[in-house]
Design a protein around this ligand. Sequence first.
Ligand SMILES: Cc1ncc(CN)c(N)n1
Length: 225
Amino acid sequence: MEKKPERRGVIDTWIDKHRSIYTAATRHAFVVSIRDGSVDLSSFRTWLGQDYLFVRGFVPFVASVLIRAGKESGESSDMEVVLGGMASLNDEIEWFKREASKWDVDFSTVVPQKANQEYNRFLEALMSSEVKYSVMMTAFWAIEAVYQESFAHCLEDGNKTPLELTGACHRWGNDGFKQYCSSVKNIADRCLETASGEALSEAEDVLVRVLEYEVAFWEMSRGGE
Ligand SMILES: Cc1ncc(CN)c(N)n1
């Protein structure tokens, strides 16, 4: 059966409008270096430690999205989608711990770098009850989508991704995660369809800021502060 083409929503128009920062976040030199096999393993270890800390801060954010989904999504199944994301974060944390012993990274000694701290502060601000549900959902989608697009790229045809890094790439680059990101995007687009002008402009701003934070996060892996 022929697949129905996905309808273009507000998010797609924003991706087009902010294409250069979107590409910077999803095709960063660190990710490209994984894909072409030239990755510096000390960068990978830095990313691993910093991302573990990031994920520990991301869990409360997703929990707050879950609470808002329960209150604000009406008949729709937003809660189930976000709950699925929570479950995959649980696996993610266990995966990070296994990788830490594989790569000899001691998480108890990892100190969050500036880019990580700033990203975490941004997430904390988004947890406020003042932040509109559509704005939170847009941020949530962007955060997950950057990892999905980046790591899927490392698995596309022609990749030279080192075997020992394919686990990380499959974690976010697999089809199930892609499907989950598409469900989050549909939720965000649905909320944005009926959002006020003010909410739309806040959501667009938050989307761009997430992309900027993601770029800074990759930069940190390469030794930037
Ligand atoms: C920085 C960052 N952004 C997104 C993800 C995907 N949950 C992550 N693990 N780390």
